[in-house]
Design a protein around this ligand. Structure first.
Ligand code: ATP
Length: 217
């Protein structure tokens, strides 16, 4: 079996160190070296807080420059619209027919999964690795409980030995930050030096890019 292809999908508006630390910790835990940060295509009518796709891509590229273990996976941006994760994963599967495919997501995404287009087909194409996330409402839909029961694995080995179909809950530390929080901090402090908390959670290069392009103000 080939080395797994592992991607972490998100809006990345902006990408933050919570994304980086959580996905790399999980990658360590499951024995994966590289993780592709995969920005989602956000349709123009959806809320991107005035930040164009090119800026999200630029910030993902800068983030990937901070670690040799990260690379930008821009496949979704090139696919025909409308964009759906299931279609993107199918395209990644077509591109990598013989490699296990791992899709990393945060626990909030997992808990919302039944609202995703054709969510029950996702694990036809990939394994899911779920990162711990501080979420207010931890209610798990019955369909997801059943899916976890049927396809959950406590060992990471099937993620390497099987192409798709497993769900693995990573035990990595909570990274208590979100892009929403960062946008608020950046906006509130638009005319003053950035508070320490922003610098704690955004890489220098991304922060520089945000300032230069006057994003989130
Ligand atoms: P927003 O606040 O705008 O919703 P976000 O911080 O949740 O953004 P996204 O780009 O939407 O970031 O998230 C991409 C993926 O990363 C999602 O699956 C999300 O659950 C996960 N994620 C985001 N932040 C964290 C974090 N701090 N720890 C673990 N997973 C995270």
């Amino acid at each position: 079996m080939k080395t797994p292809v592992c991607v972490f999908g998100g809006t990345f508006n902006p990408p933050h160190l919570g994304h980086v630390r959580a996905c790399l910790d999980a990658a360590d835990e499951i024995g994966v070296t590289k993780v592709g940060l995969m920005p989602a295509k956000v349709p123009p009518h959806k809320q991107t807080h005035g930040v164009a796709e090119q800026h999200r891509v630029a910030m993902v590229n800068l983030t990937c420059n901070t670690s040799s273990r990260l690379y930008p996976e821009l496949i979704e941006l090139a696919l025909p619209e409308p964009s759906y994760t299931v279609k993107t994963l199918q395209a990644l599967r077509d591109k990598n027919p013989e490699a296990p495919l791992i899709f990393i997501m945060g626990e909030d995404s997992w808990l919302n999964l039944t609202s995703w287009y054709q969510w029950s087909r996702l694990t036809q194409f990939c394994h899911l690795v779920i990162l711990k996330r501080a979420t207010q409402n931890k209610a798990l839909a019955a369909e997801l409980a059943e899916l976890a029961e049927q396809q959950g694995t406590q060992s990471f080995e099937p993620l390497h030995n099987e192409l798709s179909g497993r769900i693995y809950f990573a035990q990595t530390c909570l990274q208590p930050v979100s892009s929403t929080q960062l946008r608020e901090w950046l906006n509130t402090n638009a005319n003053t030096p950035y508070v320490a908390t922003v610098g704690d959670w955004v890489s220098d290069s991304v922060l520089h890019y945000i300032k230069e392009n006057r994003l989130y103000v």
